[in-house]
Design a protein around this ligand. Structure first.
Ligand SMILES: CC(C)(COP(=O)(O)OP(=O)(O)OC[C@H]1O[C@@H](n2cnc3c(N)ncnc32)[C@H](O)[C@@H]1OP(=O)(O)O)[C@@H](O)C(=O)NCCC(=O)NCCS
Length: 178
């Protein structure tokens, strides 16, 4: 189990930042097994553009095997943004970053990425990585704006028809991906 999973499952849950925007109040949350139907519904609402769509079994397996997910709920409790977080080998990968089309343009994904990086720092994880299709300019812009750098450009390990930029940020001094 990674340091992050241990710290998220212990009593000392790292801080999650709630915030207010002109469109209303939002709540940053850790997502669990009970949230899987909402996560699948959010994925369906995005139309699966620019991502590898995940099956419901993928979401359940991800959470049952001790991995994490971050979400943002609106003032009515509806899940409007999410990201799946994998921790392995001293690093963390964020996948399936999605924002509900009705809530885009408010930098919700930047807040999610920033919160993820903050959790990694609090958990002692060494480095953060993300993979973004090379033509997904808005997502690339967001990861770069959050201080990540393009370290590789490769065929997507999940769907080699697409080239992806690998973005990396060293979170803890002295750590680097293999
Ligand atoms: C990509 C996505 C997560 C962005 O969510 P969001 O929170 O609405 O992002 P925002 O619109 O607030 O921010 C997008 C930023 O990219 C910029 N942007 C938008 N289109 C752009 C383009 N073609 N080129 C460069 N920058 C662009 C915006 O100006 C904004 O920059 P700013 O923060 O400096 O103002 C969302 O559009 C989404 O869910 N897309 C479908 C799934 C997806 O692509 N996920 C990412 C997988 S890696």
């Amino acid at each position: 189990m990674s340091d992050m999973q241990e710290s998220l499952q212990g009593s000392d849950i790292p801080s999650l930042q709630d915030f207010n925007l002109a469109s209303g109040a939002y709540r940053m949350v850790l997502l669990g097994i009970d949230d899987v139907p909402c996560m699948v519904a959010l994925q369906d609402r995005t139309g699966c553009e620019n991502i590898v769509p995940r099956t419901i079994d993928y979401y359940y397996t991800h959470l049952f095997t001790g991995q994490c997910a971050l979400g943002i709920r609106d003032s009515e409790g509806v899940l409007v943004a999410q990201g799946l977080i994998k921790c392995d080998g001293g690093g963390s990968l964020i996948q399936n970053v999605l924002v509900d089309p009705a809530h885009r343009g408010q930098k919700l994904s930047s807040r999610l990425i920033t919160q993820w990086l903050e959790l990694l720092k609090e958990s002692g994880i060494g480095f953060a990585q993300a993979r973004v299709r090379i033509d997904n300019h808005s997502s690339l812009h967001n990861f770069l704006a959050c201080g990540m750098d393009i370290t590789q450009t490769i065929p997507s390990p999940e769907d080699p028809r697409y080239m992806v930029h690998v973005l990396t940020k060293v979170v803890k001094d002295g750590f680097a991906p293999q």
